[in-house]
Design a protein around this ligand. Sequence first.
Ligand code: BG6
Length: 479
Amino acid sequence: MTEANQDKALHPTIFVVFGITGDLAARKLLPALLGLFAKKLLPARWCVIGFSRRSLGREEFRELVRGRLNIRPGQFKEEDVKHFLDHVSYEQGKLDELSSYERLAGRIKEQDSRWGQCSNKLYHLSVPPALYEGILRNLASSGLSKPCADETGWTRVLIEKPFGNDIGHAEALDKLLGKLFKEEQIFRIDHYLAKETLQNILAFRFHNYLFEPIWNRRFVDKVHVKLFEQNGVLDRGDTYDAVGALKDVGQNHMLMMLSAVAMDEPNGYSAPSIRRERAKVLARLRQAPSRSAGKCNARGQYSGYKSEAGVMPDSGTETYFRLKAAISSSRWKGVPFYLESGKAMAESRTEIDVYFKNANGRMRGRNAGNNAVDNQNILTFKIQPNEGIKIKFFVKTPGEGFRVESKTLKFRYSDVPTDHWQNLPNDYERLIRDAFLGDQTLFASTDEIMASWRFITAVLRDWTKLPLVEYPRGAKEVG
Ligand code: BG6
């Protein structure tokens, strides 16, 4: 593959990755960049400069990156991988040392003069959140945050979740970001926003008007947002132990899923209107009244967690939580929203179940099941795996008499031909591509982040009062 095969419409861009030797760059970022390269979705002129503390020679770095691309047999042509690696280089430096950034600025300038034009600069903070502030300040002090003198070439910053550690920290970080960058330069990543199935919730809700009249407290009984993973913390014990499930996936991915289901219809498919509606519903999120939440809320830790590498031997960090929330709006007043997530569970399953209220009940008693759930229509958005949508509904059992039984209507993404899928960008690829293009729809706005932290910070106040339940690895349910 040659450079000319890439997206000619995009201006030359230098992608700087702070913390390139870390876990996130390996798991998500580098494979996504290779995927975009292979799909010809990067600019015709581009390069990655990895920045990190470790001392690494050119070849050593190239091999390290190659080892981290997680390529499945047959996934990419060797020629493409080689060309990709030709675009990746390394700059050793200290994240807290201004002179390292000045050296980086020199490198970037050299690249610009080789290309004979001022390129765009995209800075990705692939480091723990405690290091964000130092990096942002040094980007500003070294002049790296500014576009070139002739105003060609933008600068943008990509920030990973968790954005802060609580509302106070998130506000301070946001204030600092606001001083150094304009909102249109800031791309706050929550990769769940870019999941095809999450976006499909908007298409499903706002293009099938048959659901809109019943999408409210009169007809919806409850909503259950689940994110279960079979894996434990793997090799992320040290970072995870400082965070826990509620902040790791609750404050971000799960609230983004909830907002997709609960938000009002945006005024068109534009980043500002969609982000505004997501933020509005998050701002109305409350804990359910303590009497009812008390019976539901739970924290758990899988057995063996304390012996995972990097985890404190006396750790009180939760790897599971269940939380009952409510939305104080006329649409949702009184409808419980359950958020539930766990690591080391029986299966990996992320989905949202919307339970509809039973019919008036005059015909009940002849239904297949006896308990309330057996009689309810349930609409499930399957985020992963087996992505799709299904609806549980009832039909008459064929034959004599009048009995009903439940059936399922399904749409499965796997029914779409695979060659179509192969050319679609995945969640991280899409985010990076959108950052190149400057489209912020799939990135969290400052209002969304603040609203979600306000809610989670309130939950955390009572959180430690909940006992930490130990559950076995592979549990189907907890508590
Ligand atoms: C990350 C969390 O943001 O999302 C991880 O830090 C979690 O703990 C992961 O495993 C889940 O993402 P995905 O895309 O694999 O469902």
